[in-house]
Design a protein around this ligand. Structure first.
Ligand SMILES: NC(=O)N[C@@H](CC(=O)O)C(=O)O
Length: 428
């Protein structure tokens, strides 16, 4: 099996490579990168005018297996990933039941192997049942292949339990991904606390809930000498707390979503539950601080927090609807339209935060286009104009605040281990 991707602008931030070049793939691996490559018998893909990057990586998706397959399963989730240009995704353990032992990690890996068109990596729970009380079988789950640990969807209230987890994981050099919102400050809150929540009469979730949680978890990780990764950072103050911690040498990393970078709480409307997410959409000053954090290296990764829910779950009053929306099929388009084409963020930074940098956070051997590496490749047409249409979604999730938007820029080819799994929007 040979594939020759010809004449594209190859951007490989891991090697500071940015040139018009051909990429030759053979037997699932990258065989050569260079000019005017020839390969007898190879399938040729003309990438003229397009951008060729390492396969996109998403550290934060919710594929809902086991237990909530009506919202998403490994097959539909992986198809959505392929459609969005992702070749590796890491799925969160806030399932029913939570993924908190080695047998579950192994069975999900098997599921991924059987039905997923992209690489699906498993994140294990930090505590049993994600209840924040007793440590889950962390060591066994690492042996089974868990790439990281998280009680995402929940804040671990007991500092002692989290400290034990940091101490334990120190030996394995594995990272904990923390959902940082202090529970007592966000209970019953459904959107950002501010002018808009007051106008709508909705209970707010203040940024200080995130700030103090981020500060506490950084201090715990620092004390243990362990690694902490802040999930879906959304407040300006929290970005600065991470920035200061990085300066002192704390082993902290963090991630941001396209929605938190580009939308504010002014978008919240009582009759559209697609904007209900955790943490909530914040204020303009937070968006600006997140962008600054991406540019100065405080924020390591762009993630989707792909959180699909069934239509009947989301079609409820704002206060009762569950939080989250599916982001895999819109993430790249939003980043390119609202940030790259607006001159706010360069292409190399976007590619880097969606490939080699996230790979580094979880210690995954991916995110670069080097000879001999797995041929996970994404081809992007940065000029392609398209409209977000939920009828064309591969995810089972129905609601997204981006539906109907005209975007500029899209993945047009996704290659996983040398095999084309998506071409021109069609998952093959
Ligand atoms: N991010 C979200 O809005 N939702 C997440 C859980 C969570 O992080 O609250 C989900 O699993 O749906």
């Amino acid at each position: 099996m040979k594939l020759l991707i010809k004449g594209g602008r190859v951007i490989n931030p891991a090697e500071k490579f940015d040139k018009i070049a051909d990429v030759l793939v053979e037997d699932g691996k990258i065989k050569a990168i260079g000019e005017n490559l020839e390969a007898a018998g190879a399938e040729v893909y003309d990438a003229t005018g397009k951008v060729v990057t390492p396969g996109l990586i998403d550290l934060h998706v919710h594929f809902r297996e086991p237990g909530q397959e009506a919202k998403e399963d490994f097959e539909s989730g992986a198809n959505a990933a392929a459609a969005g240009g992702f070749t590796t995704v890491c799925t969160m353990p806030n399932t029913k039941p939570a993924v908190d032992d080695a047998a579950m990690v192994r069975s999900l890996e098997k599921r991924a192997e059987d039905v997923a068109k992209v690489h699906v990596k498993i994140i294990g729970a930090v505590t049993k049942g994600q209840e924040g009380k007793e440590l889950a079988e962390l060591g066994d789950m690492i042996e089974a292949g868990a790439v990281a640990f998280s009680d995402d969807g929940h804040y671990d209230q007991k500092a002692k339990v989290l400290l034990n987890a940091f101490d334990y994981l120190h030996t394995f050099d594995k990272v904990i991904v923390n959902h940082d919102e202090e529970t007592s400050l966000v209970e019953d809150g459904v959107m950002n606390e501010g002018h808009r929540s007051a106008m709508l009469g909705l209970k707010g979730r203040p940024t200080v809930a995130e700030d103090i949680a981020v500060a506490r978890d950084i201090m715990l990780a620092e004390y243990a000498g362990s690694r902490v990764h802040v999930a879906h950072i959304s407040s300006a103050r929290a970005v600065d707390i991470v920035r200061q911690a990085k300066k002192r040498g704390v082993r902290v990393t963090c991630e941001v979503t396209p929605q938190h970078l580009t939308m504010t709480d002014e978008c919240v409307n009582l009759f559209d539950t697609s904007t209900k997410i955790n943490p909530p959409l914040r204020a303009q000053k937070d968006c600006e601080a997140l962008l600054e954090g991406l540019k100065d290296g405080t924020i390591d990764a762009i993630v989707t927090d792909h959180s699909p829910h069934a239509q009947e779950d989301k079609d409820r009053e704002y206060i009762y609807a569950p939080s989250g929306f599916p982001g895999l099929e819109t993430s790249l388009g939003i980043m390119l339209t609202d940030l790259y084409h607006q001159g706010k963020l360069d292409l190399t930074t976007i590619v880097s935060k969606m490939t080699c940098e996230p790979a580094k956070v979880f210690g995954m051997d991916a995110g670069t286009l080097a000879v001999g590496k797995n041929a996970d490749i994404t081809v992007i047409d940065p000029e392609l104009t398209w409209t977000v249409d939920e009828k064309k979604f591969y995810t089972k999730g129905s609601h997204s605040p981006f539906i109907g938007r005209e975007l500029k820029g899209k993945a047009v080819l996704t290659v996983v281990a040398g095999k084309i799994v998506m071409q021109d929007g069609e998952v093959l």
